[in-house]
Write a protein that binds this ligand. Structure first.
Ligand SMILES: [Cu+2]
Length: 153
C-alpha cells in the first residue's frame, strides 16, 4: 500500500522530535512512536486542483488529531471545495484567498479562485469515508477524504 502523505509527515515529525531519532532507527515501524495525542503539529495534506480534478482523488487524514488540509487551484477557472458532512459542526480555521460560505452546520463551501489556495485547520471527529465536491455549475468534480485511525496500513 502506498504510504500516504500524513504517514510520511508523521514519520518526519517523529524524526524531528528531540531525542526520538535513536528510537526511531531501532523501531522504524513502531506506530507507538507516532501517538497522535502527543504530537502537537498538524498532519499536512495537500490537494491539487488541475484539469477539473482533485488530485489525489482520495486523501487520508487521522481522526482526533489536528489536520492542515490545503487546496491549490491550478486551473484557469474558479473551483469550490464543498465538504458535505465532513466538517459539520467541526471547529475550523481557514486561511488562504478563498471565499468561505457558511450554513447552519458550518462550512458549506470555499470558492477558490484560479491560482488560489485554501487552507483548513481542523480536527476530524469521526473515522469514515467522506466525499466532497466542487459544486459549481458546468462540470462535476468529486473526491474523497478518508478519516482513519492511526495504525499500520
Ligand atoms: Cu470546479
Amino acid at each position: 500500500m502506498m504510504m500516504t502523505t500524513w504517514q510520511q509527515a508523521s514519520r518526519w515529525q517523529t524524526i524531528a522530535a528531540a531525542g526520538s531519532v535513536f528510537v526511531f532507527i531501532l523501531l522504524p515501524h513502531s506506530w507507538a512512536l507516532i501517538d497522535p495525542l502527543q504530537d502537537s503539529d498538524p498532519v499536512v495534506v495537500e490537494v491539487t486542483i488541475r484539469g477539473r480534478e482533485f488530485l489525489p482523488s482520495t486523501v487520508v487524514i487521522p481522526a482526533n488529531h489536528a489536520v492542515l488540509l490545503s487546496f491549490a487551484n491550478h486551473d484557469a477557472e474558479l473551483h469550490a471545495f464543498a465538504p458535505l458532512t465532513l466538517l459539520d459542526d467541526v471547529p475550523l480555521h481557514i486561511d488562504g484567498n478563498g471565499a468561505a460560505q457558511f450554513g447552519e452546520h458550518g462550512l458549506v463551501r470555499i470558492l477558490i479562485p484560479s491560482g488560489g489556495r485554501a487552507e483548513l485547520r481542523f480536527t476530524p471527529q469521526h473515522a469514515g469515508l467522506y466525499d466532497y465536491r466542487c459544486d459549481l455549475p458546468g462540470h462535476q468534480m468529486r473526491a474523497y477524504i478518508r478519516v482513519g485511525e492511526y495504525g499500520p496500513p
